[in-house]
Design a protein around this ligand. Structure first.
Ligand SMILES: NC(=O)c1ccc[n+]([C@@H]2O[C@H](COP(=O)([O-])OP(=O)(O)OC[C@H]3O[C@@H](n4cnc5c(N)ncnc54)[C@H](OP(=O)(O)O)[C@@H]3O)[C@@H](O)[C@H]2O)c1
Length: 234
């Protein structure tokens, strides 16, 4: 899709991958609507932040109604907002389990449910859902987060088959570790320079968005080449 002047929605834009996606889309000439709790530190006339807790269907509905009223179109939807808590299963608090599912899964369902009719009507659209390599492999102490990201995979794999005849693409993205604030809830893991950078992830998502109309990138797995740094010589 040619990105210039296209309308894009990105969720979770205050920092990290969401902030990088906003910058990358703005550089391509998109009109970007950021949905999230805190605003991104970006000043740009083509960026509009709509305060939205994506766990609330009513809040997401109101935000998308505002966008459709202003622009009549939504070409790109990127479901990026998400968070993880990590603990052995017996220690994982119910509130943290619920918060992960409400944010990582319910929020994505709400935005898709409300945006797909607009995309179907305009006959073009691209939805990008951010899963994780935790959506491909289980890990000890990561059961809840992995469960949400496997659900993102299942949802996305169903959706692209459901929507392809409406000329709507769905791409599921599986990043390995990215240097963001995501690890604030992770005991023992700190972000470091051998991780992917948020701009790396944004750049590869742009590449998928820019693919010719007939070409659909279904999955995008992105890993840091040497996540533990270069091996020292023996
Ligand atoms: N970092 C990694 O290693 C990694 C790897 C694979 C996948 N991912 C995924 O990538 C996505 C982005 O993560 P990140 O690394 O950029 O983490 P991050 O820096 O912590 O950013 C997460 C974003 O999600 C927003 N958010 C959280 N709860 C929200 C809610 N209820 N409503 C609206 N926005 C909400 C946050 O907003 P506020 O700051 O305003 O709360 C923040 O902007 C997540 O889905 C994450 O699971 C990350």
């Amino acid at each position: 899709m040619e990105l210039n002047k296209k309308v894009a929605i990105v969720t979770g834009v205050s920092k990290g991958i969401g902030e990088a996606l906003c910058k990358a889309l703005l550089a391509e000439g998109c009109m970007v609507y950021g949905l999230g709790i805190n605003a991104p530190p970006i000043q740009d006339q083509n960026l509009q932040f709509i305060p939205t807790d994506i766990r609330s269907f009513a809040a997401v509905e109101s935000a998308i109604q505002t966008i459709v009223k202003q622009k009549q179109h939504v070409h790109i939807l990127i479901n990026n907002a998400g968070l993880g808590y990590f603990a052995n299963v017996e220690d994982l608090p119910l509130e943290q389990w619920d918060q992960m599912f409400q944010t990582n899964i319910n929020g994505m369902f709400y935005t898709c449910k409300l945006t797909v009719p607009v995309m179907k009507q305009q006959g073009i659209g691209h939805i990008v859902n951010i899963s994780s390599t935790a959506g491909l492999e289980g890990m000890p102490m990561v059961s809840g987060y992995c469960a949400t990201k496997w659900a993102v995979k299942g949802f996305s794999e169903s959706l692209w088959r459901e929507l392809r005849d409406h000329k709507i693409k769905v791409t599921c993205v599986y990043p390995g570790s990215v240097k963001t604030d995501f690890f604030r809830n992770s005991p023992g893991i700190q972000a470091h320079d051998y991780m992917l950078m948020p701009s790396d992830v944004a750049e590869l998502i742009l590449h998928a968005l820019k693919a010719p109309d007939n070409c659909h990138q279904v999955n995008l797995e992105i890993r840091p080449l040497q996540p533990k740094g270069p091996k020292t010589k023996q």
